[in-house]
Design a protein around this ligand. Structure first.
Ligand code: NAI
Ligand code: MG
Length: 355
């Protein structure tokens, strides 16, 4: 089967890690004769913005709509405000293609040690399901009396029944499908008195349809602490857009860092293309040095293979990443080694082809 893949390498380390990702796609083609990828690469990034005054062409979303899936590296560069680069590229893609699930595994890979050292052997393996289209990241609001002592900034949160139900339903069905039984909803209904009680109600309504599951709503502040003190007790955590954003970086940190954390922006109905990307950004502090960790990007391709229905290939890719980490001699500096981006990418790909 031929898959059309839209690729946006982006800025900073984005293109560096994407190069390894594209090698992984080639290797998968080699391994599985029946799968191939038709790659279309787009230079939509901050340089494009500086030249054209926009992050992508006017019909950029229509172009992307033609692909089966989208792969993104990372976006963001000094000189272009993040609210432009992110708001005008990533968020429109997530919204137009109804990628309302942002799925982010927090899984301690074989060979890695969690910075929560005392949990070294604990089973750190859970998924954070973040709402990806509404909530706190709404463009409703504004500023009044700019620059005066009376200045006011208002940002509205938007929680619709449709949007809230579908993300919580997804989290429950994901747990059910993967044989997991514990679901945590992130809330703050003691402080945010309209949207969060609404979120809680819907969580409980849907939870009632799954009486065999253990469900809990935790306030976001306490939940953040539990991420450190008892992450081994989690299976699935479902959270609003902002809470999920924060929790997923925390989840990445407890399993070894941003260089190892992938994500899928998923349209579960498969009406539109889904998009896979590392959680991390363009890392201007290490860009150009060739030392970025490519694992988050390669793992995002493993998630992409799962999404396309090739779970065997997704599994093979992740298992090979773990083999290389466990073997331990080829690692980038962020995980304690001296290898370059391409050395680590090659180590994974060669090992996979050799299997
Ligand atoms: P960042 O994720 O780019 O970097 C945070 C820290 O993690 C840095 O010290 C960086 O060196 C390290 N790091 C990140 N990825 C790494 C990798 N693969 N290997 C080794 N080390 C890695 O976050 P930051 O600095 O807050 O943002 C930089 C730019 O990226 C900003 O313009 C921001 O808006 C953008 N950004 C873009 C995202 C996206 O494209 N989805 C997501 C997050 C940030
Ligand atoms: Mg984030």
């Amino acid at each position: 089967k031929l898959y059309s893949v839209g690729v946006i390498p982006g800025d900073g380390i984005g293109p560096e890690v994407m190069e390894e990702g594209l090698k992984a796609l080639k290797a998968l083609e080699k391994i599985h004769g029946g799968v191939s990828f038709d790659i279309h690469s787009y230079n939509w990034n901050c340089d494009y913005y500086k030249k054209n005054g926009r992050m992508m062409p006017e019909n950029g979303l229509d172009i992307l709509a033609e692909h089966d899936v989208i792969l993104l590296g990372a976006i963001g560069a000094p000189g272009v405000p993040d609210h432009i680069s992110v708001w005008e590229l990533i968020l429109p893609i997530r919204r137009r293609f109804q990628q309302y699930v942002n799925m982010r595994p927090a899984k301690l890979l074989r060979g890695m040690v969690s910075p929560l050292r005392y949990k070294e052997h604990a089973d750190l393996d859970f998924v954070i399901v973040r709402e990806n289209t509404e909530g706190e990241y709404s463009d409703m609001g504004g500023r009044l009396h700019r620059g005066t002592p009376y200045e006011i900034a208002v940002q509205n949160n938007v929680f619709t029944r449709f949007g809230t139900e579908r993300i919580i339903r997804y989290a429950f069905s994901l747990a059910e499908e993967s044989g997991k039984s514990r679901i945590i909803g992130a809330t703050k209904s003691n402080g945010i008195n309209h949207s969060m009680p609404f979120w809680d109600e819907i969580f409980k309504e849907i939870g009632q349809r799954y009486p065999h599951m253990e469900t809990n709503l935790y306030h976001i502040d306490a939940l953040a602490a539990y991420f450190i003190s008892k992450p081994e007790t989690f299976d699935v955590v479902v959270a609003s857009n902002l809470f999920g954003d924060i929790l997923t970086d925390l989840g990445a940190a407890i399993v070894g860092g941003l260089g190892l954390a992938p994500s899928g922006n998923i349209n579960p109905e498969k009406e539109y293309p889904s998009m896979f990307e590392p959680i991390h950004g363009s890392a201007p502090d290490i860009a150009g040095k060739g030392i970025a960790n490519p694992i988050a990007q390669i793992w995002s391709i493993s998630m992409m293979m799962d999404h396309l229905g090739h779970r065997d290939l997704g599994h093979l890719l992740l298992e090979t990443i773990e083999d290389v980490l466990e073997e331990g001699s080829v690692r980038t500096p962020d995980i304690g080694g001296r290898a370059t981006t391409s050395q680590l990418g090659d180590a994974i790909i060669n090992k996979m082809i050799g299997k």
